[in-house]
Write a new protein. Structure first.
Length: 104
């Protein structure tokens, strides 16, 4: 039997159509972003209403954090309006390589 949060997550996803995969696909297909890596996590405890993202793109080069978020948020405007929380982390390829090196 599915837990209450599993049922709620399915209802949100069925109602909005928004899943980590759908968000990731939209970002990966955006030509203005040309993302080399996208990882979307459901951080809502299973209800499907809050997402965190790691997005790697050289389109972020020379942009402030605010400009990077605006670029991503513009691509996901409809989706973000339908979810409770959206937390993107936007890195260039160089920054991503440094982050990965720290994790080793």
């Amino acid at each position: 039997m599915a837990s209450k949060t599993d049922v709620q997550a399915e209802e949100v996803q069925n109602t909005t159509g928004i899943t980590p995969d759908s968000l990731g696909d939209t970002l990966k297909k955006a030509p203005e972003l040309n993302a080399s890596h996208v990882d979307i996590q459901d951080i809502s405890g299973g209800c499907g209403a809050s997402f965190a993202a790691l997005i790697v793109s050289d389109a972020f080069q020379g942009k402030s954090a605010l400009q990077r978020h605006r670029l991503v948020n513009g691509i996901l405007k409809k989706e973000i309006a339908a979810v409770h929380a959206w937390t993107p982390k936007c890195l260039t390829s160089e920054q991503w390589e440094k982050e990965k090196a720290k994790m080793r």
